[in-house]
Design a protein around this ligand. Structure first.
Ligand SMILES: Cc1cc2nc3c(=O)[nH]c(=O)nc-3n(C[C@H](O)[C@H](O)[C@H](O)COP(=O)(O)OP(=O)(O)OC[C@H]3O[C@@H](n4cnc5c(N)ncnc54)[C@H](O)[C@@H]3O)c2cc1C
Length: 373
């Protein structure tokens, strides 16, 4: 096969790679996604889809403004993508109740509760909004901006949108090696070699393979999350509910997504019975009647975790034109639009917020390439 030539080749077609492809293709860049499996088939399809800019962050420095900007981009993308692709990625506007069971827990929410978009609900008000809530719930922070979407549909609609702007999508095309020859990158797959001026590694937990191959000692750690889904045949749940990083998220078809465990450095993609038991127990503490619902499916996914909690979004310290966009941990769905936009700006040369450049740059790791290891 003759090598195909692109402005940008993206390695990995999860929500991060698909978002990058969308933003670049929209700017008329000739883009390809090379995906080892199916588009969105890995961590992305395991996600609950909460856009939790307020529920997820305690620090309001780099990550919160980045996450909030991404949350706002979704509002725009939702309409734009629906018009372009006729795909509705099921944005549900109810928002999220972050539950509190004690005064101490309420105290921990002080900084969130100080935000103007966040409302405190006492026990009575919380139960008025969600009558199914356990009587033990003392109250809740109502995060109305933390809406949720269906991640796999969002990912597919972004890659479809990219395709409509001219991007090429290659599924079941595993990248084996990336190397530089002259001014160009050569991307070797079992299906042939692709050539590109720029390469973006967006391979989730599997980005480790490329860090090593490209001379960096960075590591992404898998944090396995297990989930179960059940059909709610009772009154619909209008909001997602959340406590201690466990949650129940309602889908449009009355399915409830119940998750998720956090198993550090576990590479298995099958859910365990212990894991499922844990999420069901946590869910019953929030909504007791969950225990009586009929389960529909169970699954697990691997969150790409970095040591300092920030994703890597930036250029390789030595190889110009080679970028990483990985390590988005438990918030990759939320952070996908801002990441896509940031990589687009880096490649086309539009200014990016300095704070974000510094916070997410690849070489911030002192053990990175060279003598540190
Ligand atoms: C249980 C669970 C619940 C979650 N809930 C939420 C949530 O509510 N909100 C939120 O914001 N985030 C959530 N997340 C996190 C979110 O799913 C991830 O951060 C996000 O999906 C990461 O996207 P990604 O594109 O980097 O990775 P992935 O979706 O894993 O995509 C990487 C892709 O790269 C491909 N790939 C790997 N190696 C190669 C290769 N050599 N060649 C070609 N392709 C390759 C893989 O096949 C894969 O498709 C959750 C995660 C889990 C596990």
């Amino acid at each position: 096969m003759e090598s195909k030539q692109f402005d940008v080749v993206i390695v990995g077609g999860g929500i991060i790679g698909s978002s990058i492809a969308y933003y670049l293709a929209k700017e008329n860049r000739k883009v390809a996604i090379l995906e080892a499996d199916k588009i969105g088939g890995k961590s992305t399809s395991a996600a609950a889809g909460m856009l939790g800019a307020h529920s997820e962050y305690k620090e309001f420095k780099h990550l919160y403004p980045f996450a909030r900007s991404s949350q706002l981009l979704y509002k725009q993308l939702y309409e734009e993508i629906r018009e372009l692709t006729a795909i509705d990625f099921e944005k549900r506007n109810g928002g999220l109740l972050k539950l509190v069971y004690s005064e101490n827990e309420k105290k921990e929410l002080e900084s969130i509760l100080s935000l103007s978009s966040v409302e405190w609900l006492d026990n009575k008000e919380a139960r008025k909004r969600v009558p199914q809530l356990s009587k033990e719930v003392m109250g809740a922070a109502y995060l109305q901006e933390d809406v949720h979407i269906t991640p796999l549909i969002a990912c597919n609609s972004l890659s479809k949108g990219a395709q409509l702007f001219g991007a090429e999508i290659y599924e079941y095309t595993r990248v084996l090696a990336v190397s530089k020859t002259g001014m160009e990158y050569s991307i070797k797959t079992a299906q042939g070699t692709f050539l590109a001026k720029n390469v973006v590694i967006a391979s989730g937990v599997w980005s480790n393979y490329f860090f090593q191959q490209l001379g960096l000692s960075h590591e992404i750690i898998p944090v396995k999350g297990e989930c179960v889904a059940a059909i709610n045949e009772g009154a619909p749940l209008r909001y997602a509910v959340f406590h201690d990083q466990f949650y129940i998220v309602p889908r449009n078809n009355n399915e409830l997504i119940i998750g998720a465990t956090k198993k550090w450095n576990d590479w298995s993609e099958n859910p365990s019975l212990d894991g499922l038991e844990e999420v069901i127990q946590k869910a019953k503490k929030m909504i007791p009647e969950v225990g009586e619902m009929k389960w529909t499916r169970a699954w697990a996914g691997l969150r790409p975790q970095t040591y300092d909690g920030h994703p890597y979004i930036g250029e390789h310290p030595e190889m110009k034109g080679l970028y990483f966009a990985t390590g988005h941990q438990r918030n990759g769905i939320l952070l996908a639009p801002a990441t896509g936009k940031m990589i687009r700006d880096l490649i086309i040369g539009t200014p990016v917020e300095k704070e974000w450049l510094d916070a997410f740059k690849v070489e911030r790791n002192i053990f990175a390439y060279g003598g540190g290891k």
